[in-house]
Write a protein that binds this ligand. Structure first.
Ligand SMILES: [Fe+2]
Length: 282
């Protein structure tokens, strides 16, 4: 476990001469990101609520990414990878703000690919000001790839580890956000659960089959909120780093998601499968 530090330069997870400046770069870029997102607030309560949610999510993904980078050798020994991971974590959902304002949905299929949009927006010189050409390219590529169903095979290094860690950090926080919606007695927010019907006993055998096979449940297999729960559970198999599994297990929120699935033999199988996968990170 890393210790928390008030002074970024003495953060024990920051290695080497350039890392002190990385803390400052992140502080500066967080300010730029904050100012950018503030231009979207409209006074429309529903829109503003979802914008705020994405803003807070971005900062938590950055925190998750820091934790992963602090525990995995791929980042401890590679300042360039670490820098791109943390910047892409901050900016990974940059496209969500424009998407939400224009289309009022988080469904990419009904609007735009928010990863692609974010990567395009990052070309604006107001973002990533202190990065060289390689750093900009790497960060934008990770943002572009963060929402792909699967990563392309044989990505160049260090884009491979940066993309994998970013996707892990993102998934861990999406589970947290959605878990809030699935608490007993709460009616899930329609935009957040992609307008799926919340029928308490309904689930798709296909989603269950995908989960038990160790695959990520496909968005196209979703027919109900329970399928969405199965999708979140299926992410445990897709996490790339053991630090990510540990983070997810420590967080405990996937347990809440599993507890909100129906009580029957199929769902018991799903629960035991997911618990055993979580154990693998410990
Ligand atoms: Fe995203």
């Amino acid at each position: 476990m890393r210790k928390k530090s008030r002074t970024p330069v003495s953060d024990p997870t920051l290695h080497g001469r350039k890392e002190g400046s990385l803390a400052l770069v992140l502080e500066k870029e967080t300010q730029v990101f904050t100012s950018y997102t503030e231009t979207f607030y409209s006074g429309d309560g529903n829109l503003d609520k979802h914008l705020k949610l994405k803003y807070a999510h971005s900062l938590r993904v950055l925190r998750n990414a820091r934790e992963i980078a602090g525990e995995e050798d791929a980042f401890r020994d590679n300042p360039q990878a670490r820098r791109a991971l943390l910047l892409s974590a901050l900016y990974h959902d940059l496209g969500r703000f424009e998407q939400l304002r224009r289309y009022r949905t988080f469904r990419d299929a009904d609007s735009v690919n928010h990863g692609l949009l974010g990567a395009r927006l990052l070309a604006d010189p107001r973002f990533l000001v202190g990065e060289n050409a390689d750093g900009r390219k790497l960060t934008r590529a990770a943002v572009l790839l963060h929402n792909r169903l699967a990563l392309p095979p044989r990505l160049p290094s260090p884009l491979d580890v940066v993309s994998k860690a970013l996707r892990d950090a993102d998934k861990i926080d999406i589970i947290r956000v959605l878990q809030e919606e699935f608490r007993p007695g709460r009616v899930p927010d329609k935009t957040i659960v992609l307008d799926l019907p919340d029928d308490p006993g309904k689930y798709s055998p296909k989603a269950l089959e995908e989960l038990l096979a160790g695959r990520t449940v496909l968005y196209s297999s979703l027919g109900s909120v329970n399928d969405f729960r199965l999708l979140l559970c299926s992410w445990v198999s897709g996490l790339e780093f053991s630090a990510s599994r540990r983070l997810l297990a420590r967080d405990g929120r996937l347990e809440t998601v599993m507890e909100s699935l129906p009580r029957n033999a199929d769902m018991d199988r799903a629960r035991s499968y997911v618990r055993s996968r979580l154990e693998e990170g410990k």
